[in-house]
Design a protein around this ligand. Structure first.
Ligand code: RNT
Ligand code: ZN
Length: 419
């Protein structure tokens, strides 16, 4: 351990002890908080089913930065590189159209666990755990913006089959890796303009989900999650799977609700939703992203809402019940850098939350000492959590501070720019 890092850490530990915070305990908790890295940042949500296929479904990756991953090996190498610059053990979140199809066209209603075996083997080798998603977009059968809520029962059945198969794959991932795989269902369904029969599409979606969940999976291996949305690009006027829809469905059927921080009105935050959902659902899933003016999926940075999300998880004693995944796709900057910035920001937020003088704050609050609570919250902001994060990185053998920029530049020169 570098002497200066150790010294700064020791001083910080003393300072935290004064406000009743046990730094080593906080670090042990941080270690138990994996972040799920979304595989789709490395290739602008292209997947391997059809490398020339256009991204549809009302989501967009803007930018044309060179070096995107075009093969499974490239994508895995990029994730490995990002992981090497992130302290701790983490998860990788895979979408169904990233299967290892060996150049063959395997349609969505044909995918099998075998198409994901090489992902599982890679994860085993690298000590990652996996999460999974069905892919209900970028496909000819979703071209009109409708999938599970489609008026045509044949199209609905196609997507039902796809989602059931995806759930089986998730279950196999969880079984082989010995860690519950979170399987997320997000569909783009909606319409560009005024929709009259809003009820009918939602009925269709409800029935499709009922059929999907008729197939029972093993909760130890996988958990289903359902993700709502406010609107999509080109689907601005109506979204079938709205927040109310999925919250209702999730609460009624005991299915995990995914809160994506970009899927609400621009001033609406997800941090304050966590404690409510936790009272009614056993677990929740987060998709952490950064919207700028709209659901733009910018790289996550350490801002007020990210910190508030982390604080809510910790303050609600829910680190075992809230799954943190990232979900952004910025094609305008170095994509590996985008991963590292986002994960490190998330970990910094979680660490700050774990280092909060919570016992004292709770005590002040319970006694109605609100000036004291405010003052301590303000002081906590400038406590030396940075020294603790540096120590955490160093103790995990990961580059400390901004020096990782050079590592990414080197990888760019040696690898991604040569693609
Ligand atoms: C889209 C949703 C969804 C996707 C991924 C690719 O708005 O956020 O989670 O980003 O499934
Ligand atoms: Zn999402």
């Amino acid at each position: 351990m570098n002497e200066k890092i150790q010294k700064a850490f020791d001083l910080a530990v003393e300072q935290y002890a004064k406000v009743g915070v046990d730094v080593n305990k906080a670090l042990a908790q941080l270690d138990k908080l994996p972040v799920s890295l979304h595989c789709w940042q490395a290739d602008d949500v292209t997947g391997f089913e059809n490398p020339d296929g256009a991204l549809t479904g009302g989501i967009q990756a803007t930018g044309n930065y060179p070096g995107k991953a075009r093969t499974i090996d490239q994508l895995r190498a990029d994730i490995d590189k990002a992981m090497s610059l992130i302290p701790g053990d983490h998860r990788v979140n895979i979408h169904a159209f990233y299967g290892d199809f060996g150049g063959k066209l395997v349609d969505r209603d044909q995918i099998e666990p075998e198409h994901f075996q090489s992902w599982i083997d890679w994860a085993k080798e690298k000590n990652y755990k996996l999460d999974f998603n069905c892919t209900c977009f970028s496909h000819s059968k979703s071209a009109d913006g409708l999938t599970l809520s489609h008026p045509d029962p044949e199209i609905r059945n196609f997507w039902i089959e796809h989602v059931i198969r995806s759930r089986k794959i998730a279950q196999e991932m969880g079984r082989q890796l010995g860690s519950k795989c979170m399987h997320n269902i997000w569909i783009p369904d909606g319409s560009k303009d005024v929709t009259v029969n809003r009820l009918q599409y939602r009925k269709n979606l409800k029935e499709s989900l009922d059929k999907i969940f008729e197939y029972k999976t093993n909760d130890e291996y996988m958990l289903d999650c359902i993700e709502s949305k406010l609107f999509g690009v080109g689907l601005e006027s109506y979204t079938v799977g709205s927040h109310e829809f999925y919250m209702g469905y999730g609460l009624k059927n005991n299915i995990v609700v995914t809160l994506d921080s970009g899927h609400f009105h621009p001033t609406e935050i997800i941090s304050d939703k966590i404690s409510s959902l936790l009272l009614f659902l056993p677990e929740i899933m987060l998709h952490v992203t950064r919207g700028v003016r709209w659901d733009s999926d910018h790289v996550v940075v350490l801002n007020e809402e990210l910190l508030a999300i982390a604080q809510e998880i910790v303050r609600a004693d829910a680190i075992d019940r809230v799954h943190v995944g990232l979900d952004y796709f910025d094609a305008s900057i170095n994509r590996i850098g985008a991963y590292v910035v986002g994960v490190r920001a998330t970990q910094k937020a979680l660490l700050q939350a774990l280092l909060e003088p919570l016992a004292k704050l709770r005590e002040y609050e319970a006694k109605g000492q609100f000036f004291e609570r405010l003052a301590l919250l303000e002081e906590a902001k400038s406590m030396p959590w940075g020294a603790i994060f540096d120590y955490y990185c160093a103790s995990k053998g990961v580059i400390v501070g901004e020096s990782y920029i050079g590592e990414i530049q080197k990888y760019e020169q040696e690898v991604t720019l040569k693609r």
